[in-house]
Design a protein around this ligand. Structure first.
Ligand SMILES: *Cc1c(COP(=O)(O)O)cnc(C)c1O
Length: 391
């Protein structure tokens, strides 16, 4: 029997193989230069990323690099100058980092439900959660598709609130791309501050940790830069409390090689998603990812919803066990909402408070998604999913 090629959840090795000459040269150049911290590679990459996001002379987008996506969120909330007890409205259906930094800074996370189709923050719930202490809204562009930024930015304007966009999963996604210039509405550039992560498996990933903040506000950019550098603008002058959060030159050099490929990487993901849709779309127990016509989707994850609303996790867990038994990888993002995590018990959010979030955590499963996925591999994966659901 011919041994089948292994399936990977992400295939960083395969992607590297196609750009290895360029990456190796860029890394060696940094090593030979000795400029490991805040060297020219970092400046070059941040300038290129700013252009890529649609920065112009009239409407510049400032890119502030930092050590990871969690630090980017922390720096953003430090830069807003909020007071302990100020409320930040955010989804519970997200990665821990989103809500963790709010709590870490002694701000109060107010978690709201998500839309059952898009998995993103539900604007009606946001509106309902506003109190006199609300200072900011923190949408997450989950799985690679923009949250409803027209509604969220509208609510923020009406109530004088900041918007921080967690763009860790959606770099390159565009909101209402047909309506304005595509680049004017890139995820991460529509709020007060956008944050992203360059964790290896993200759509623009480095070979270690990295992150960045984006802002169109020059004063905010200056504050973010200071915060990421021990509160300092001038050496040994510390005007405020900051962090030590830097993007390494080696990571910046790798990102600068990968950035020109990001659009084609996102297209490859979208094409892979289209193929999965064709393979799995007709199945009665599967809801394929909803494509919000107002957002482009960069498919950080390809996430199915199994069964019907109100189903427990049994069907999903049985499928997961089947896939594991035959060596097909999968992910469950996320099996437990943030408001049910031990670290957030003191908020006292009762079970059932966020019904859509709680339902989705029982029913979602994400299939392998990366830039190297072939139709043949996807057929194997889709067949395995269908077989698993038939058991
Ligand atoms: C990955 C991720 C982060 C954190 O990024 P790190 O670089 O791992 O710190 C934050 N929010 C979301 C939604 C993420 O997916």
């Amino acid at each position: 029997m011919i041994k089948e090629a292994p399936v990977h959840m992400v295939d960083l090795k395969g992607q590297y193989a196609r750009i290895s000459n360029e990456v190796d040269a860029a890394v060696l150049e940094v090593i030979r230069s000795g400029a490991f911290i805040q060297g020219p590679a970092v400046k070059r990459f941040t300038a290129h990323l700013s252009d890529w996001l649609g920065s112009t002379e009239e409407a510049p987008i400032h890119v502030i690099p930092c050590a990871n996506g969690t630090d980017a969120l922390q720096a953003a909330f430090m830069a807003l100058g909020l007071e302990p007890g100020d409320e930040v409205i955010t989804p519970s259906f997200t990665y821990i980092a989103t809500v963790e930094v709010i709590q870490l800074l002694r701000l109060t996370p107010v978690m709201v439900d998500v839309d059952p189709q898009t998995f993103n923050m539900d604007p009606t719930s946001v509106e309902a959660a506003i109190t006199p202490r609300t200072k900011a809204i923190l949408p997450v562009h989950l799985y690679g598709q923009c949250a409803d930024m027209d509604a969220i930015v509208g609510i923020a304007k009406a109530h004088g609130l900041y918007v921080v966009e967690d763009t860790a999963q959606a770099i390159g996604a565009a909101w209402q791309p047909g309506k304005a210039t595509e680049t004017g509405r890139m995820a991460g550039t529509m709020g007060t501050i956008g944050t992203t992560s360059f964790f290896p498996s993200k759509n623009l990933g480095c070979y270690g940790d990295g992150g960045a903040c984006f802002t169109r506000d020059a004063a905010m950019a200056e504050r973010l830069r200071m915060i990421c550098n021990h509160g300092s603008r001038q050496r040994y002058e510390h005007e405020r409390i900051g962090m030590n959060s830097r993007l390494d030159s080696i990571q910046a050099a790798i990102l600068d090689v990968k950035l020109p490929h990001l659009s084609s990487y996102n297209v490859a993901r979208r094409e892979a998603a289209d193929r999965y849709d064709d393979m799995l779309g007709g199945h009665p127990d599967i809801t394929i990812p909803f494509r919000d016509p107002r957002s482009s989707h960069v498919f950080h994850q390809y996430t199915l919803i199994l069964g019907q609303a109100g189903d427990g996790p049994e069907r999903r867990d049985a499928l997961a066990a089947h896939l594991a038994s035959i060596g097909i990888p999968f992910g469950i993002y996320y099996p437990k909402p943030i408001h049910k995590q031990g670290a957030f018990m003191d908020l006292g959010i009762p079970v059932g408070a966020l019904p859509v979030t709680e339902d989705l955590t029982n029913r979602v499963i994400s299939l392998p998604m990366h830039t190297e996925l072939s139709g043949d591999l996807q057929t194997r994966i889709a067949d395995a999913v269908q077989a698993g659901l038939a058991l």
